[in-house]
Ligand binder design. Structure first.
Ligand code: PLP
Length: 247
């Protein structure tokens, strides 16, 4: 099993490098986020031993349950799934990056979560999670470019306004955009969505908002990451091609 994961990682990194070459990009511009949802801690550790340092989970509760068994690893954790506003504090404690901001209310909750919780005597617990109080939390706006009712994310037309609202926040830093395009077997069908996200990034970037650094595009999964890399992805979120198909 460990061998399979290590082989998968090497193969993936090669494919990312080849896609970068095709697009005239450098492989260092693309970070591989290993999506470890449903994957038990032992196998996450195997991927870590194979050299991966960025991991993504889509549910706060699952991440919370697995984290103690992985506390000794030097991992950058990414939240890639929808975050409910009432879990913003826990989300901030558990993750270094949040890819899925889809409302100003959530962004504000994440901002306030940098302060100690007035409702509990949690001072001793500070510093246990990745979130340090002085740190600015890097976040992305999730954009629902396909307009799918089943998906979270803001519509394209609302992204700039959300970015403007977020530029006032003190401990949250908008770093870019995230996308899950409508599913298609053919990765080429995702290409127009990837390029639209890249254009939207440019539009928001050219607004020159304070506290906003639009340098990241989180897009591309197991079946379409090469196309995403060609279109400018800086964070690709890959699960099945590392850990095997999920049950
Ligand atoms: C599960 C998931 C992925 C990874 O999908 P794979 O097909 O396993 O690579 C990427 N992004 C999000 C938001 C996910 O929920």
């Amino acid at each position: 099993m460990a061998d399979a994961i290590a082989r998968n990682v090497v193969h993936l990194q090669e494919r990312i490098a080849v896609a970068c070459r095709r697009a005239g990009r450098r492989p260092e511009e693309v970070r591989l986020v290993a999506v470890s949802k449903t994957v038990p801690p032992e196998r996450i550790r195997e991927a870590y031993e194979a050299g991966l340092r960025h991991f993504g989970e889509n549910r706060v509760q699952e991440a919370q349950a697995k984290r103690p068994a992985l506390a000794d690893l030097d991992v950058t954790w990414h939240l890639i799934g929808h975050l409910q506003t009432n879990k913003a504090r826990t989300g901030r404690e558990l993750f270094h990056w949040i890819h899925s901001v889809d409302s100003l209310r959530l962004a504000e909750k994440l901002d306030r979560a940098a302060e100690p919780d007035p409702g509990s005597d949690q001072r001793a617990g500070r510093g246990v999670g990745p979130a340090e109080d002085s740190r600015r939390l890097p976040v992305l706006i999730e954009v629902n470019l396909g307009g799918e009712a089943s998906k979270s994310g803001v519509p394209e037309s609302a992204a700039l306004e959300l970015a403007c609202g977020m530029s006032d926040l003190e401990t949250v830093e908008l770093r870019g955009l995230m996308l899950v395009p409508p599913y298609s077997e053919d990765p080429e069908e995702a290409r127009p969505y990837f390029s639209r996200l890249r254009e939207l990034r440019k539009v928001i970037d050219s607004a020159r908002l304070p506290n906003v650094r639009m340098d990241e595009l989180s897009m591309g999964m197991s079946h379409d990451f090469e196309v995403a890399v060609e279109e400018g992805a800086t964070l690709v979120r890959v699960g099945a091609s590392i850990f095997g198909a999920r049950p």
